[in-house]
Design a protein around this ligand. Structure first.
Ligand code: ZN
Length: 333
C-alpha cells in the first residue's frame, strides 16, 4: 500500500503545499497528441537523455513547460526529431504525473528543495560498516526523506568483512526496515544476487556518501548492460561524470536502478513531521490527541500516553523521535 505525504506532482520550486489532489491539472494539449512517451535517464549540462522504446534521444524542455522541471525517472512526452541521431535535439512538451518525488535541500536552511528522482518506489541507503565508519545520523536523515516521499527504505550494508552488522541492525530493528549485508568479495565476484532480489520490478534510487561502495555496487548490479554496451548507449559515454542521477535498467528489464551523486548531507528543510508519521501506522492514530503542529517531542505530545496504554512499542516511538530530531541536528553531532 503506497502512501504519499504530499502531492508528488509538485515541482522543485518551493510553493505552498496543496492539499492532495486539489491542484488543477493542466489541460491536455491536442497538438501534442502524437508525442512519444519516454523516461528521463539522466540530465547532462541541461540536456535530458530520454529513453524512448529502446533508443536514447537527447531533448530539452519546451518553453511551454515554464519552470516545471523534468528529472531522472520522469515519464515525459517528447516531440521533434526522435531518431536519436547525432546533434539532434527533441523537445519535452509534457511531464506526466509523478507517483513519487524524492527531494532534498542542500542543507537545512536552504528553502529551495530539489527533486532528486521522480517515480522511484524504493530508496536503497548504502552504508559501509567500516572504512568509512557508518554515519547513523545520515542514515536517519535518508530514512526521513524516504518516509516523507513514500518510498520504501532498504538498508544496504557493505564491507561486512571489516566489521559486523549487528550493532547497526539493532539500532534499526524497531523500524522494521529491509536490509542486505554484503562484503567486498560479493562485489568483486558479482555476487550481488541477494540485493538484485530486492530490486525486482521496482525503481530503486541508491543514495550513499562517497567511499561506501555505492557506485561499485551499482556497476555490479547492471553488469550485463555494461558488457553489451548498454550503459554507453544510455549516456553516450563510457563513464558517467555529471552531477545528475542516472537511471540504469537491471538485467532482464526487471526493474531500474537509479544511481544518485554521492551525498554528504541530506537537507531536510522540506520535511513535515505529519508526513513522516504516515509511515508509522501503529503510532499515527495516537497522534490525533496531539496539540496542533505537534513536534511529537514535547510535553503535551499524546504519543507517550498512546504507548503507555500499550498501543505501540516504546522502541517505535523512540525511533520516530530520533528520526524527527535529525531535522534539528547537524549531521556531525
Ligand atoms: Zn505529538
Amino acid at each position: 500500500m503506497r502512501r504519499y505525504g504530499k502531492n508528488p506532482d509538485e515541482d522543485d520550486i518551493r510553493v505552498r503545499p496543496n492539499p492532495k489532489g486539489n491542484r488543477p491539472r493542466t489541460s491536455i494539449r491536442p497538438k501534442h497528441e502524437d508525442a512519444a512517451e519516454g523516461m528521463v535517464l539522466t540530465v547532462d549540462r541541461g540536456r535530458l537523455h530520454v529513453l524512448i522504446d529502446d533508443r536514447t534521444i537527447i531533448a530539452m524542455k519546451a518553453r511551454e513547460l515554464g519552470r516545471k522541471s523534468a528529472v531522472v525517472g520522469d515519464r515525459v512526452a517528447v516531440v521533434g526529431d526522435l531518431t536519436g541521431a547525432k546533434d539532434t535535439l527533441a523537445r519535452i512538451v509534457r511531464v506526466e504525473k509523478r507517483d513519487s518525488v524524492l527531494r532534498r535541500t542542500a542543507d537545512d536552511d536552504d528553502p529551495y528543495e530539489r527533486v532528486v528522482v521522480a517515480n522511484a518506489d524504493q530508496l536503497a541507503i548504502v552504508t559501509a560498516l567500516a572504512d568509512p565508519e557508518p554515519r547513523p545520523r545520515l542514515i536517519d536523515r535518508c530514512l526521513v526523506a524516504a518516509y516523507d516521499a513514500g518510498l520504501e527504505p532498504l538498508l544496504v550494508l557493505t564491507k561486512s568483512d571489516l566489521s559486523p552488522a549487528d550493532t547497526l541492525l539493532e539500532t534499526y530493528a524497531p523500524l522494521g526496515i529491509s536490509y542486505v549485508v554484503t562484503n567486498r568479495d560479493d562485489f568483486l565476484t558479482g555476487g550481488v544476487d541477494q540485493i538484485r532480489e530486492r530490486l525486482k520490478g521496482r525503481m530503486t534510487a541508491f543514495v550513499g556518501h562517497s567511499g561506501v561502495g555505492k557506485t561499485t555496487l551499482v556497476n555490479a548490479l547492471v553488469e550485463r548492460q555494461r558488457a553489451t554496451g548498454g550503459v554507453n548507449a544510455v549516456t553516450g559515454r563510457g563513464r558517467h561524470t555529471t552531477t545528475s542521477a542516472l537511471a540504469l535498467p537491471l538485467p532482464g528489464d526487471d526493474g531500474w536502478v537509479i544511481d544518485t551523486p554521492g551525498v554528504r548531507s541530506f537537507g531536510l528543510h522540506h520535511i513535515d513531521p505529519s508526513r513522516v508519521i504516515h509511515s508509522f501506522p501503529d503510532l499515527e492514530p495516537g497522534a490525533e490527541g496531539c496539540p496542533r503542529a505537534c513536534s511529537h517531542n514535547e510535553p503535551d505530545c499524546a504519543l507517550d500516553a498512546w504507548v503507555a496504554d500499550g498501543h505501540a512499542e516504546p522502541a517505535r516511538l523512540f525511533s520516530l523521535r530520533r528520526l524527527l530530531a535529525t531535522r534539528e541536528r547537524k549531521e556531525g553531532d
